[in-house]
Design a protein around this ligand. Structure first.
Ligand code: CP
Length: 300
């Protein structure tokens, strides 16, 4: 990820060295208060809801001295039937330096990116991926452990519908972490990947793991018959005071947000001293700032 990078959509071509360089820029960005205005415009195009991703790109963009504009689906011509492709081509014609795009269609950005003059970053794409979330999660682990150590990451819940999980499968393998999943059977769908372990019981998974990463239930991507899996998640795969007794004292609890309280995890789990959720959010600003600075050639 540097000033020659035109699109950051997934981890194709990304090396461990790239990730460590980006983390160094993020550490510098944290100490840095506000750059003077720079001649770059950042467009945040969010056609699905977002709190953390959109606002953290905006906060980071303002700290970098970028001019920022926002487009959300409710106020866009997508509501009048314009395709995402046409929306992006039209925004691109206005000359922004960088677009961050969230949308719900699988693998669309890779097709559109080469046709844009603006640089582009995925802000979360269908179930394809959410690469900046995976990066900020790994940055959070890196900072909490003071470097890369051997980790065993247990990803819990609605794995198959989660773009965060799909990006983690790529990034965690690149870093060299072990990965396992557990959750209701119909939400796993990883049988074909021999690199990913499976635990049918949460307690066993938590005894194995150094990181317990719960995921949001992606109701918007379910068919109508998912209610039994929902109940199974709450009864058998919830992170709560009882289940978390099986996670080691120096283990960490993570969730990309938004959390459905008392569904994926309880208040006790969120307030557990091992929980990194708000650190993940904090690191989201510096990671996204570092990525944008690197792609736009802004020195920090
Ligand atoms: N984790 C995440 O993508 O959160 P938002 O949907 O609030 O951006």
């Amino acid at each position: 990820m540097n000033s020659t990078t035109r699109a950051f959509i997934d981890f194709e071509g990304v090396t461990l060295e790239d990730v460590e360089t980006l983390f160094s820029v993020a550490h510098r960005f944290e100490k840095h208060l506000q750059l003077p205005l720079v001649p770059h415009t950042l467009g945040l195009i969010f056609l699905e809801p977002s709190t953390r991703t959109r606002c953290s790109f905006e906060v980071a963009g303002l700290k970098l001295g970028l001019r920022v504009f926002n487009l959300e689906s409710a106020e866009s011509s997508v509501m009048k039937g314009e395709s995402l492709e046409d929306t992006l081509l039209n925004l691109d014609a206005m000359g922004p330096s960088l677009l961050v795009v969230r949308h719900g269609t699988k693998e669309l950005l890779r097709e559109i990116a080469p046709r844009l003059k603006s640089k582009i970053i995925s802000g979360g794409e269908g179930i394809t991926g959410h690469p900046t979330q995976a990066l900020l999660d790994v940055l959070t682990i890196y900072r909490a452990r003071k470097g890369f150590k051997k980790e065993r990451v247990l990803i819990i819940g609605d794995v198959i519908h989660s773009r965060v999980a799909h990006s983690h499968f790529d990034l965690l393998h690149l870093i060299g972490f072990e990965i396992a999943v557990c959750g209701p059977r119909e939400w796993l769908g990883i049988e074909k990947d021999s690199r990913i372990k499976h635990f049918s019981r949460l307690e066993e998974g938590l005894q194995w793991a150094t990181i317990a990463m719960s995921l949001r239930i992606q109701k918007e991507r379910h068919d109508k018959n998912a209610s039994s899996s929902f109940e199974e998640l709450v009864s058998s795969f919830q992170l709560n005071a009882k289940s978390l007794r099986h996670l080691s004292e120096d283990g960490f609890i993570m969730h990309p947000g938004p959390v459905n309280r008392d569904v994926e995890m309880t208040r006790e789990a969120m307030e557990d001293s091992r929980c990194l959720i708000l650190k993940q959010v904090n690191n989201g600003v510096i990671l996204r700032g570092a990525l944008m600075a690197s792609m736009l050639g802004i020195k920090i």
